[in-house]
Design a protein around this ligand. Structure first.
Ligand code: CO8
Length: 257
C-alpha cells in the first residue's frame, strides 16, 4: 500500500486506516481509492475486526478527488476508468465505519466521510463541496447524501457556492456526530468504535444494513426489511448470550456467532 496505512488491530477489534498523501492534502487519486477499497474488503472479511476507523491527518482528512489527475480527462475517459465502482464497493462494507476528520474534508473527501456511517470531527475540520468552483459538480454522492443529511436549502447553498462550513456548523446541521478539540478527535472516534465493538457483531451488521435501507426505500418496505433482520438476529448465539447475560445480571460475551 503506497497511499494508505492499515493497522488491522489498532486496538483490539478496531482497525485503523490512515489516508497518507500528506503533501497533496490526501487528494484521492485512483490508486489511493483502490487501496482503500481493497483494505476495506479485507477488513470486512477479518473476523477479528469489528469496527473500522478511517482518518487522515490534522491538516486534512482529504481535500477531494485528485484534480491534477482529472484535469485533462474526457467524459469517455471518466466513463472508462469507472472509478465509481470503487466507491460502490466501499459503500458495501458490512462493518461499521467511522470517519475521524480533522482539517479539510472537501469534495470527494467530504463524500468519503459521508459514505462512512458516522463522523467524529476536530474543531479545525472544514467540510465542503467546492467542485462548483472548478467547473464541475459533486460526483460521489455529494448532491444525494449531503441533501439527505442537512436538507435541501443547506445542501443547495454548499453545492452551489462551494463554501466551506466549520465543524461547529456541520454539527448544528447534523452532518456529523461530534466535535472535539483537535488533540482528541482520533481518541473520541476510538471511544465510539470501542462501544460498538462491544456489541454483537451480527446484530451490528444487521442493524447497519437496516438503517442504510431507510435511505433507499419507503416506510412500509423499510419496516418489513427491519423485521426480517430482527428475526434473523434470533438465529445467532449472540442473541441468546445477550438476553441470558441481562437476566443473569452480567456482561455479555459476544462471539459473533
Ligand atoms: N487534488 C490535487 N491536489 C491537491 C488537491 C486536490 N483536490 N487539494 C490540494 N492539492 C495539492 C495542492 O495542489 C498543493 O500541491 P503543490 O504543493 O504541489 O502545489 C498541495 O496539495 C497543498 O495545497 P495548497 O497549497 O492549495 O494548500 P492551501 O492550504 O493553500 O489550500 C485547500 C488548501 C483550500 C484545500 C486547497 O488546496 C484547495 O482548494 N484544494 C482543492 C479542493 C477541491 O476543489 N476539492 C474538490 C476536488 S473535485 C472532487 O473532489 C470531485 C469528486 C468527484 C468524485 C470522486 C471521483 C474520484
Amino acid at each position: 500500500m503506497e497511499y494508505i496505512i492499515v493497522n488491522e488491530q489498532y486496538e483490539p477489534s478496531i482497525a485503523l486506516i490512515q489516508l497518507n498523501r500528506p503533501k497533496e492534502l490526501n487528494a484521492l487519486n485512483l490508486q489511493l481509492m483502490q487501496e482503500l477499497r481493497d483494505a476495506l474488503q479485507q477488513l470486512d472479511r477479518n473476523t477479528a475486526v469489528r469496527v473500522i476507523v478511517i482518518t487522515g491527518n490534522e491538516q486534512a482528512f482529504a481535500a477531494g478527488a485528485d484534480i491534477k489527475q482529472m484535469a485533462d480527462k474526457s467524459a469517455i475517459d471518466m466513463l472508462t476508468i469507472d472509478q465509481f465502482s470503487t466507491w460502490d464497493q466501499i459503500r458495501k462494507t458490512r462493518k461499521p465505519i467511522i470517519a475521524a476528520v480533522s482539517g479539510f474534508a472537501l469534495g470527494g473527501g467530504c463524500e468519503l466521510a459521508m459514505t462512512c456511517d458516522m463522523i467524529v470531527a476536530s474543531e479545525t475540520a472544514k467540510f465542503g463541496q467546492p467542485e462548483i468552483k472548478i467547473g464541475v459538480m459533486p460526483g460521489a454522492g455529494g448532491t444525494q447524501r449531503l441533501t439527505r443529511a442537512v436538507g435541501k436549502a443547506k445542501a443547495m447553498e454548499m453545492v452551489l457556492t462551494g463554501r466551506f462550513i466549520s465543524a461547529e456548523e456541520a454539527m448544528q446541521m447534523r452532518l456529523i456526530n461530534k466535535v472535539v478539540p483537535v488533540e482528541m478527535y482520533l481518541r473520541e472516534a476510538m471511544t465510539l468504535a470501542r462501544e460498538i465493538a462491544q456489541q454483537s457483531p451480527i446484530a451490528v451488521q444487521l442493524a447497519k444494513e437496516a438503517v442504510n435501507r431507510s435511505f433507499e426505500t419507503h416506510l412500509d418496505e423499510g419496516l418489513h426489511f427491519e423485521r426480517k433482520n430482527f428475526y434473523l438476529a434470533f438465529a445467532s448465539e449472540d442473541q441468546k448470550e445477550g438476553m441470558k447475560a441481562f437476566i443473569e445480571k452480567r456482561k455479555p460475551e459476544y462471539r459473533g456467532k
